[in-house]
Write a protein of this length. Structure first.
Length: 172
């Protein structure tokens, strides 16, 4: 089932999310709903707080090539074990901040550990777009948005645009 995505500014997007204890069927269903919502948007990543659930769960799939097989990843309690000194700059966007993009500098390579859909602990090294995406999504679990990396003036400009967008949507 597709879920509505919260739009910034929203207090739920600023909260630190709680770790998940057991991977229940309810949580698996939530992860499936998040993947459906993400693919439908369309987007390459989604964090649980973006649909108003304050738990440490993210989903992502950064396969972008036309015709390539999808690679949906479900990560409960993801954490970054190590990050490279070398950085990468990507123009980032966010499903909670529609149609706004800005360059963000992050470590180019990260080692991430998480619990998968079956409750197994997994780890993997991510590079390039995957590394940027997984860091962006984990930030959401700590109440951090990509615009928090921007200069205050730019951040305020984007926030005002989002407030206007929300007023317009509320009138519909
Ligand atoms: Zn985001």
């Amino acid at each position: 089932m597709k879920r509505p995505i919260l739009i910034h500014p929203d207090p739920r997007l600023k909260k630190v999310c709680a770790p998940v204890a057991d991977i229940s069927d309810d949580l698996r269903q939530l992860a499936d709903d998040m993947l459906e919502t993400m693919y439908d948007a369309p987007g390459i990543g989604l964090a649980a707080p973006q649909i108003g659930v304050l738990e440490r769960l993210i989903v992502l799939d950064c396969v972008k090539e036309e015709g390539a097989a999808a690679r949906p990843l479900v990560m409960f309690n993801p954490r970054i074990l190590a990050a490279s000194d070398e950085t990468n700059v990507y123009e980032e966007g966010c499903l909670s901040i529609p149609e706004q993009y800005a360059e963000v500098t992050r470590p180019r390579v990260v080692d991430v550990e998480w619990i998968d859909r079956d409750g197994k602990v997994r780890s993997e090294t991510f590079d390039g777009l995957w590394a940027t995406c997984v860091q962006h999504e984990i930030d959401h679990l700590d109440g951090k948005l990509f615009i928090d990396y921007l200069k205050p003036l730019k951040r305020q400009m984007i926030t005002r645009k989002m407030q206007k967008l929300k007023r317009e949507r509320a009138r519909l």
